[in-house]
Design a protein. Structure first.
Length: 342
């Protein structure tokens, strides 16, 4: 692993991530899962935007990135204008660190024409080189349609889409995985337009910079195969009738669930937390174990505690399912309510 000195005579892979210290460990797993799925000899220029990652966490991440089959060039970026992000009005569930992706075109050297952006709560199962090779044409970015917010008029879409001159069926993308056309982004000053959108529409914004990007780039982005950003919410609907995305992915739903290229643990249920019921949770934990984030002794302690809590939770879930299967659900809920009251 070396530090970035971009004198390029080949076509490397360029990946950018950003996180604060709360997401340092998930970021490490995202990156480790991406690295182990790249082919031998791949040249990767990796930029990590430091949103407040401690020195200890940086050392752990660099240990995770110490792989032999990749020609990896790493650069840590501490943006000078990071403090200005703290003044942006954000929803309670959105960290200011999510806005780091808007800084990418200004941070990366102009020698790079394209970059992949990855959120920190991902499990990469496919080869990012295949994502990199997608034709970007004249689009500012490529992204996947959001499986919960397929269009701007969806319940979590853009409240004031009509005032922005958008039709109800204008597609809406999830910003957790992006392929960015950097010259186009700089030429059209997209980040600046998103900042302006925030200042003009602060009372409407609910989904952070993702919403700003969708407002500014409405009908100006290219669609990726949804397998590159399969968010957890695809598992939440037992009936297609109740889901907001039934028409677009009906024919490939099973493939997205069982053979995704990137699993995105969007929402509050994260795989490192007990109570997450995503079927890929244990795969994420396996990657955390294999990554080298923990030293040997602390690894044994951390994972012993985690698995004890995990299987205790699973036992409680199994008992609850059994109670309801036996038709004792109402009795269970009444007893639970009584206990909580006392």
């Amino acid at each position: 692993m070396t530090f970035v000195t971009p004198e390029l005579d080949h076509n490397p892979l360029v990946v950018v991530c950003g996180a604060d210290n709360n997401y340092a460990m998930p970021l490490a797993v995202t990156l480790y899962s991406a690295l182990v799925n790249l082919e031998k000899g791949c040249t990767l220029y990796l930029y990590i935007i430091d949103g407040g990652i401690t020195d200890q966490s940086k050392q752990r991440i660099q240990r995770v990135l110490n792989v032999e089959h990749i020609d990896l060039h790493l650069q840590w970026i501490s943006p000078s204008n990071l403090t200005s992000l703290s003044h942006i009005k954000t929803p309670d569930w959105v960290s200011v660190a999510t806005y780091l992706r808007l800084l990418i075109p200004d941070i990366l050297p102009e020698i790079f024409k394209k970059a992949i952006y990855l959120d920190s709560d991902l499990l990469v199962k496919g080869n990012l080189k295949n994502l990199w090779n997608q034709e970007i044409a004249n689009y500012a970015l490529l992204a996947c349609t959001d499986l919960v917010i397929p269009c701007v008029s969806s319940s979590l879409g853009i409240i004031n889409y009509k005032e922005l001159g958008l039709t109800p069926d204008t597609p809406y993308f999830n910003a957790g995985v992006l392929v960015m056309n950097l010259p186009k982004w700089r030429e059209e000053e997209i980040s600046e337009k998103v900042w302006h959108y925030f200042s003009e529409n602060a009372d409407y914004v609910r989904m952070g910079d993702q919403e700003g990007l969708n407002a500014v780039l409405a009908n100006k982005w290219g669609k990726l195969n949804p397998k590159w950003n399969v968010i957890s919410h695809i598992l939440c609907y037992e009936s297609w009738k109740d889901s907001p995305f039934k028409e677009e992915i009906r024919h490939i739903k099973d493939e997205l669930i069982h053979k995704p290229d990137i699993v995105h643990f969007a929402g509050v249920a994260k795989p490192w937390k007990i109570g997450c019921d995503h079927p890929a949770q244990l795969q994420w934990i396996h990657h955390l174990q294999a990554s080298g984030w923990f030293q040997t002794t602390e690894s044994i302690v951390w994972f012993t505690k985690w698995f004890l809590r995990y299987y205790s939770w699973q036992l409680k879930v199994l008992i609850r399912k059994l109670i309801f299967a036996l038709g004792l659900g109402k009795f269970w809920e009444s007893l639970r309510a009584y206990v909580l009251q006392t």
